[in-house]
Design a protein. Structure first.
Length: 238
């Protein structure tokens, strides 16, 4: 075989290998996308079913059957709703902050995970600062994805976080929202106050009271959106 033919043969083999690699990468990428959308489909179905079966609206207020919910999972500690968003989920608490990162409330694998409480917090929301985590998929409104809308809408001021437990309904007024680096773990302090960090003035005076903190990724895994709410007093609720 001449040198010219040998070079052509080698070049053809290289091109065929590159083509094969491209096809493999394409198939794997397509498969990953299909799996992602299937996981979204499963999450939507699961939580739609749970809302239909365990949440009843009476006199414009949600009544949640926690007794039946806990028959699904004893780790369920409450329920969260955020005004003007699709955030409407049960809250779980695991033995670590990684347990429900990729598990739904039935403890089945799902990339969307669950809304979960920081493992150091008290299950009854009695801490000065209760921290809740949830994923932001950037392609749907599942879990805490809608926190990005709240962050991006700089004119949005009146935001309420509703927490339901077996014994009470807690209402928190959002007073602080900002971005942090994903390597910043300062929000894990369950005894802190966060008024001074907000990128937006919500017109809420500094005061004592229980705080709720919501945390999710922003556009990628390098930044996190942090939202803080202060508990309303009985007078404000009434």
């Amino acid at each position: 075989m001449s040198k010219l033919k040998l070079k052509k043969s080698i070049k053809k083999k290289i091109l065929n290998i590159l083509l094969l690699l491209f096809i493999i990468v394409f198939i794997l990428s397509t498969f990953k996308i299909i799996i992602s959308y299937y996981q979204d489909y499963k999450s939507n179905n699961l939580y739609t079913k749970i809302i239909n079966e365990y949440v009843e609206t009476k006199d414009k207020e949600d009544v949640i059957d926690f007794k039946k919910l806990k028959s699904i999972n004893e780790d369920i500690v409450g329920w969260i709703k955020v005004s003007d968003t699709n955030i409407n989920y049960p809250i779980v608490k695991g033995s670590s902050d990684s347990y429900y990162l990729r598990r739904d409330i039935e403890k089945k694998h799902n990339q969307n995970g669950s809304i979960f409480m920081h493992y150091k917090n008290s299950r009854d929301f009695s801490d000065n600062n209760t921290i809740l985590f949830g994923h932001n998929s950037n392609r749907n409104s599942l879990m805490f994805s809608d926190l990005r809308k709240l962050y991006d809408d700089k004119d949005k001021k009146d935001i309420k976080i509703y927490i339901y437990t077996q014994t009470e309904e807690l209402i928190f007024d959002v007073y602080s929202i900002y971005l942090i680096d994903s390597t910043d773990f300062s929000i894990l302090d369950i005894n802190n106050n966060w008024f001074d960090k907000s990128e937006r003035d919500f017109g809420i005076d500094k005061k004592d009271g229980r705080t709720i903190t919501l945390s999710t990724c922003y556009k990628d895994s390098t930044k996190r959106i942090i939202v803080h709410g202060i508990e309303e007093s009985l007078d404000e609720k009434n």
